[in-house]
Design a protein around this ligand. Structure first.
Ligand SMILES: Cc1ncc(COP(=O)(O)O)c(C=O)c1O
Length: 505
């Protein structure tokens, strides 16, 4: 992770790396291609490949087509302007992002439907088909990562299922057309109302997270006089080696049933006349880049499955949760999806159970970007700022996890352009309001359109109206077509959502 620059001093530099020396700006010397920045006392504060270079080298990785230089700068004999009406700048899913920004305004999330379909297909192929009469693995998209109705509809049309954690997500998944038999319900705090809604919808499995919750599901199932399919979500105490906020399968985390209690609770569920124990589940964390923690989880789950078999209980499915990691910056490790698929099949095939997985981030993170416009620039004593119209209320991940999102201009950037170290910040009144710290960026100015990339997961779903800012708009692009799928609300509409108490009117 890029450490925050020492704001008290100017940056020096040291890099025998490749490329051409470029301008000294803000006390920073950079080489295009790779850069290292340090403070005057020689401490390293950041290094890496600039986002512009990464994106220019691999536009397909981001689903982008990048604009070439404007005709005038190509030495075009026809002169300036290009095709009449042509929009210069990047395209996502065949649609010019400048056009989207003109119509929908900024900040706006843009999702690429075809990108999502392709990732779903890759995951399916990595997991392979069911063997020996066992149904094919089921991919239940973790709706928490992106609950946009349009995104869910794309996945529903491809036959994906859903992993939900609330009644709201259940309603959205059903509205999008996801079949109830493909919906699993996780979460430590399901209310009776939510359990009732899940029972009424006839979902595939309520994944039970505690003895107390089992008791409540029993009561609700009895009241409904239904036979309700349930799984037990286990806490296998496996370290996924990820950000502490993203680990969910450790002994001390609030999720899942401790392994020592698993068999007893599973038998209680199995014996209840209104419950059907269909499987075991786990979800050990997010941003996992190695198959090993999954293997370890299966190893623990196998013991419980074995004990249940000895007690005459046969299950139908094993749910390994989500957590597949993506690389948000060049060189960062990411899961090798084909190798992971092979590994989990090797570990689980002999069980004869249907495999269920609940990926969120891996399916959508790279298929979404946040469009934002530069409001202005500012030079502080210890840092230079690019102030944009997207803020922590629109994309919380940088402030919450110090998460990295590549940020590049939507217009063409000359590969030889000078880069400066800047903080990209929003207008919200919090020091934690930043989209990037100490980032090497080409010069931008007020009005320029920027793309905050890899923002398709855990972006809009965490957005708020903090500072009385409306939520971002949302757009879906699909092979040259596009539509605003969630218009930005006006302040008047937001005010209309509230009421004054009668005695204060
Ligand atoms: C139960 C459960 N399943 C799946 C996921 C999806 O995780 P990811 O987006 O990392 O794949 C989560 C995320 O927190 C989760 O809690």
């Amino acid at each position: 992770m890029l450490r925050e620059p020492n704001r008290g001093s100017q940056f020096g530099w040291a890099s025998p790396g490749c490329g051409v020396d470029v301008a000294l700006t803000c006390g920073v010397s950079l080489r295009y291609g790779a850069w290292v920045g340090g403070s005057d006392d020689g401490r390293l504060v950041g290094s890496g490949i600039p986002d512009t270079a990464w994106v220019a080298a691999h536009p397909e990785r981001f689903g982008l087509e990048l604009a070439g230089p404007p005709p005038s700068r190509r030495g075009d004999e026809q002169g300036e302007g290009g095709a009449p009406g042509a929009v210069e700048g990047a395209r996502l899913g065949g649609v010019a992002v400048h056009e989207i920004a003109e119509v929908a305004g900024t900040p706006t999330y843009v999702y690429d439907a075809e990108g999502i379909r392709q990732r779903l297909a890759r995951l399916r192929s990595a997991l392979g088909a069911g063997k020996g009469g066992v149904p094919d693995p089921l991919i239940c998209f973790a709706v928490k990562a992106n609950s946009a109705l349009a995104v869910l509809r794309v996945l529903a049309r491809e036959g994906a299922g859903a992993d939900i954690v609330s009644g709201g997500e259940l309603r959205r998944a059903l509205e999008a057309g996801i079949a109830p038999q493909r919906i699993v319900f996780s979460g430590v705090g399901k209310t009776d109302t939510e359990i009732d809604a899940a029972i009424a919808a006839g979902i595939r499995s309520i994944n039970i997270e505690s003895a107390e919750e089992l008791q409540r599901v029993m009561a609700r199932a009895t009241a409904a006089d239904r036979s309700v399919p349930v799984s037990l979500r286990l806490n296998p105490d496996v370290d996924p080696e990820t950000h502490p906020y993203l680990a969910t399968g450790l002994r001390q985390s609030k999720f899942g049933v401790p392994m020592v209690a698993a068999v007893e609770l599973a038998l209680r569920a199995h014996r209840h006349p209104n419950l059907r124990l269909v499987g075991l589940a786990c979800h050990i964390g997010s941003q996992i880049v190695d198959a090993a923690p999954y293997r370890e989880s299966v190893m623990h789950m196998r013991r419980t499955i074995g004990s249940l078999r000895d007690a005459g209980v046969t299950l139908a499915q094993i749910d390994l949760g989500g957590g597949l990691g993506v690389a948000y910056r060049p060189g960062e490790p990411e899961i090798d999806i084909a190798a992971w698929g092979r590994a989990v099949r090797v570990e689980t095939d002999d069980l004869g159970l249907q495999l269920v997985v609940e990926p969120g981030r891996w399916l959508v993170a790279e298929c979404g970007l946040l469009l934002t416009r530069v409001i202005g620039r500012k030079r502080g004593e210890g840092a230079a700022f690019v102030i944009v119209d997207a803020a922590m209320n629109d994309l919380l991940r940088p402030a919450l996890y110090e998460a990295y999102h590549p940020i590049v201009p939507a217009h063409h950037v000359d590969p030889g352009a000078s880069l400066t170290i800047v903080d990209v910040v929003g207008p919200v009144c919090e020091s934690g309001d930043f989209l990037a710290l100490g980032r090497a960026m080409p010069a931008v100015e007020a009005g320029d359109l920027l793309m905050v990339l890899d923002a398709g997961a855990y972006g809009m779903v965490m957005a708020s109206t903090y500072n009385a800012r409306p939520l971002p708009a949302e757009v879906l692009v699909d092979q040259g077509r596009w539509a605003v799928t969630r218009p930005r609300k006006t302040t008047e509409q937001l005010l209309g959502d509230e009421a004054l108490p009668p005695w204060l009117r």
